[in-house]
Design a protein around this ligand. Structure first.
Ligand code: MN
Length: 252
């Protein structure tokens, strides 16, 4: 069977004096390891291209990155919220809406989880250390990307537990924001010890899972639970296109 095509949202950054657009290599490697073919969508593309970008795509991966503009959820910006990227917000919101309309599965990571919550009407803690201080360090400042620093508990019977194959794991953590008010249409499926939401999933429609940590950095070991998220995304993508799969199986 043709591997599912996964649209991966990208970023823009200045590197060595030039503005460049792409995505962290870990997202590409993890998508490949999960059986998908990643296609990077630059945030320079206008939101009107969302339908074109998803034409022929089998799944959407919303990646990590800068804070979402607080105006998107009706809040004034906290002083720590800098470097907002309104163009990227607009494209990703359009891609998420279009993916849902098409019944495509969505995996949303870090900023991606926050974007899904905002898209569906939820709000965010803009800065956990100052607005919701607690004993768990979610920032991971200066740590290697693979460093697993805090525990996450996963709800029984959830799509997230099924994807990971476990109900508890230690995760990496590089975020200062988190879900505050959960949007209608999502359920919490994972939390940290301090109650911060670390995973959500859609209550209806196509497979849609979001995690606050970075599973893409933790897929090197073949038995890593994090790899299960990327496998589950491609499995859901195969299920989302039954007609196409039948056509491929019959060789048409
Ligand atoms: Mn965390």
């Amino acid at each position: 069977m043709t591997p599912p095509r996964v649209l991966v949202t990208g970023r823009v950054a200045a590197v060595e004096g030039a503005e460049r657009t792409g995505v962290n290599a870990a997202y590409v490697r993890a998508t490949l390891a999960g059986g998908g073919v990643p296609v990077i969508a630059s945030p320079l593309l206008p939101p009107e291209t969302a339908a074109t970008l998803l034409e022929g795509a089998d799944a959407l991966l919303l990646t990590g990155g800068a804070d979402i503009a607080p105006a998107r959820y009706g809040a004034a910006p906290h002083p720590t919220v800098t470097d907002v990227q309104p163009d990227r917000d607009a494209l990703e919101l359009a891609l998420f809406a279009e993916a849902r309309r098409r019944g495509l599965p969505v995996l949303a990571i870090c900023r991606g989880l926050q974007l899904v919550n905002v898209a569906l009407g939820g709000t965010l803690w803009q800065d956990l250390p100052s607005e919701r201080p607690g004993p768990v360090d979610h920032r991971g400042a200066g740590l290697p990307r693979q460093a697993r620093t805090h525990d996450v508990t996963v709800g029984e019977g959830t799509a997230l537990a099924e994807a990971l194959g476990c109900r508890a794991l230690r995760t990496n953590s590089f975020h200062h924001q988190a879900i505050r008010d959960l949007a209608t249409g999502l359920r919490v499926c994972a939390t940290a010890a301090d109650g911060v939401i670390e995973g959500v999933e859609g209550t209806a429609g196509a497979w849609c899972v979001g995690v606050q940590w970075h599973p893409e950095e933790c897929v090197d070991a073949p038995d890593a639970p994090d790899l299960g998220l990327f496998r589950a995304l491609t499995a859901a993508a195969r299920g989302a296109h039954p007609a196409r799969s039948r056509r491929i199986r019959s060789g048409v």
